[in-house]
Design a protein around this ligand. Structure first.
Ligand code: PEP
Ligand code: MG
Length: 590
């Protein structure tokens, strides 16, 4: 019997395929005591499990190396080293000799090691926690004879819908793209990084399904609709046919929107806008460059790091940045320095802080590790020789951070000059305004920053105290809350007063209704998902900036996000009423 699970739309696209359930979580291990006679047998099982896990990791390593290159494959080296750690294995053996069954012994020792690493002073060791968890899951699945739900264990061309509780960015990057056609998760929201990454990879996704992993067993046929945010289980033949037809219509519409690529982003009353693209992976650059964007408004460099065992060196980073810069020719490319932390963590991606979003994230982590930061800055200054590069700092709260970053940028330039490495030193340095502190005090950055870019994903999260990745709070993540609108207006005015460009690069800028709102707040620069460039251009070419401003004056007086949304929706429909195809766009707004 068909049932429809409703979640949150995260990445558009319709996929019909079998469910592949991935349970990549530490299983429950019952406490069990063994007799003297059982000790040798359990020790033998331990060594067999280590052997099997090692074989599995080697196979994965080979596959990753062939598919993604040696850097990606290095994750598995770290995990192999853990499996070969004599001290770790001995600690497990000691517990087995004390009559603790081998599964429980593995569980206890890994728990102790994870706690120890999580509290370690060295960041690199704290990051090993994720690898420990991965190895723990792998060993326990062998010992408990659980099915091996490995994410990459699927035949090519399976067209599978991967269903899992949560997907860390590093796991997302490891997915076998030839076998997985879509992603569905219990956790997450539209602005969680898994959703952002799914959009970058062009993988349809629904997140926030809450109970999908409990309700599914794997193998069921399902229809995932990434734009509607639904997962329909066991559909009828007619429903499958309907889904395929909708997919074809979507493809035709996407094709039609591509015809907007060459047109200018100009409103009916003549306001010329800057419309740039967000790029999350260097491989996206060439496609993004043909989307009709005026450059890159945000390159999220941390995706060069997540899922990796070690930081990419200067040359590797230089090549990645240069690729994006060259794809865009003379058009500006704004590259953001590493925003590691929050839910974007290297290797296993398991947070080691109680409050990662309030923790050691982004510019804080970079300033505390000047060598790591300067490596990135040198790579950026070298890439700047090949085009119009601008550097942007994430999560700034105080101007001290901008000054410290600029000092390191100067040092990086001096180091390159001394080593006679070709580079450009006069690169603009901008800041992301994504905390209420930076928004309210945006004027204090004006002398030290060359431009502003509003990160609405974080600005909404921090203003409303709503975790951007928590599916249970998704309804409360409302960008049209009067506090958020007021802050955005304030940032725009501050930019105008000080003669600084203000762009919006959060997900808000990719949604037509929100674009209308931002236009009304005076925003004239947008950076959006490459696939949204056509939709946003079509919208702005059909509305008047003057009308948007009037509507926003009214919306700012509304007490709640719901009231503001209702008003905006009504007025945007009126604005688009002259064109039935555009009304269809308005229908997509719901
Ligand atoms: C934002 O916060 O809006 C933003 C663009 O940055 P990220 O989503 O990478 O945190
Ligand atoms: Mg952000």
């Amino acid at each position: 019997m068909q049932s429809i699970l409703v979640g949150i739309a995260a990445s558009p696209g319709i996929v019909v395929g079998p469910v592949h359930l991935l349970r990549w979580e530490v299983p429950e291990v019952p406490h069990r005591v063994i007799t003297d006679a059982e000790i040798d047998g359990d020790l033998e099982r331990l060594h067999q499990a280590v052997g099997r896990s090692r074989d599995r990791l080697r196979a994965l390593r080979e596959r990753a190396e062939a598919q993604a290159g040696p850097e990606e494959a290095a994750i598995f080296d770290v995990q192999l080293t853990i499996l070969d750690d004599a001290e770790l294995i001995q600690s497990i053996e000691v517990l087995v000799r004390q009559h603790i069954a081998v599964e429980k012994a593995v569980d206890l020792v890994f728990l102790e090691w994870r706690q120890h690493f999580a509290r370690h002073q060295t960041a690199m060791l704290r990051e090993r926690v994720g690898d420990l968890v991965d190895v723990q899951i792998r060993l326990l699945s062998v010992l408990l004879a659980l099915p091996d739900y490995d994410p990459v264990e699927l035949p090519t061309g399976s067209n599978a819908i991967l269903v899992t509780h949560d997907l860390t960015p590093s796991l997302t990057l490891q997915l076998d793209r030839s076998a997985i056609a879509a992603i569905a998760t219990d956790a997450g929201t539209a602005t969680a990084h898994v959703a952002i990454l799914a959009r970058s990879l062009g993988l349809p996704a629904v997140v926030g399904l809450r109970t999908a992993t409990e309700r599914l067993r794997g193998g069921e046929i399902a229809i995932l609709d990434g734009a509607a945010g639904t997962l329909a289980i066991a559909p009828s033949a007619a429903e499958i046919e309907g889904a395929r037809e909708r997919a074809q219509r979507d493809a035709a519409r996407q094709h039609e929107l591509e015809s907007f690529a060459e047109l200018e982003a100009i409103t009916v009353d003549g306001e010329r806008l800057v419309l740039r693209a967000n790029v999350d992976l260097p491989e996206e650059a060439e496609t993004a460059a043909t989307s009709g964007a005026d450059g890159v408004g945000l390159m999220r460099t941390e995706f060069l790091v997540v899922g990796r065992a070690a930081m990419p060196d200067e040359d590797e980073q230089y090549r990645a940045y240069r690729r994006v810069v060259e794809a865009f020719g003379k058009r500006p490319v704004i590259i953001r320095t590493f925003d590691i932390g929050g839910d974007k963590l290297p290797v296993g991606g398991f947070p080691t802080e109680a409050n990662p979003f309030l923790g050691w994230r982004a510019i804080r982590m970079c300033l505390d590790q000047p060598e790591l930061f300067k490596t990135q800055l040198r790579a950026l200054l070298r890439a700047a020789l090949h085009g119009d590069v601008r550097i942007m700092l994430p999560l700034v709260v105080t101007v001290d951070e901008v000054r410290a970053a600029r000092a390191l940028l100067d040092e990086a330039a001096d180091e390159l000059a001394q080593a006679a490495v070709p580079h450009r030193a006069d690169v603009p340095l901008g800041v992301m305004i994504e905390t209420p502190a930076a928004a309210v005090a945006s004027g204090t950055f004006a002398r030290d920053a060359d431009f502003f870019s509003i990160g609405t994903n974080d600005l909404v999260q921090y203003t409303l105290a709503v975790d951007r990745g928590n599916a249970n709070l998704a309804d409360r993540f409302t960008a049209l809350h009067p506090a958020v609108l007021t802050l955005i207006r304030q940032i725009v005015e501050s930019g105008r007063t000080h003669g600084l460009d203000v762009c919006v690069c959060g997900e808000m800028a990719s949604q037509p209704l929100m674009v209308f709102a931002l236009l009304g707040l005076g925003v004239r620069q947008f950076s959006v998902a490459p696939r949204a460039v056509g939709t946003v251009k079509q919208l702005v070419r059909a509305v008047r900036a003057r009308t948007a401003a009037d509507v926003l004056t009214e919306a700012l007086g509304m007490a709640t996000a719901r009231e503001a949304e209702h008003l905006l929706r009504r007025r945007l429909r009126q604005e688009l009423a002259h064109d039935p195809t555009l009304l269809e766009t308005a229908a997509l707004l719901t």
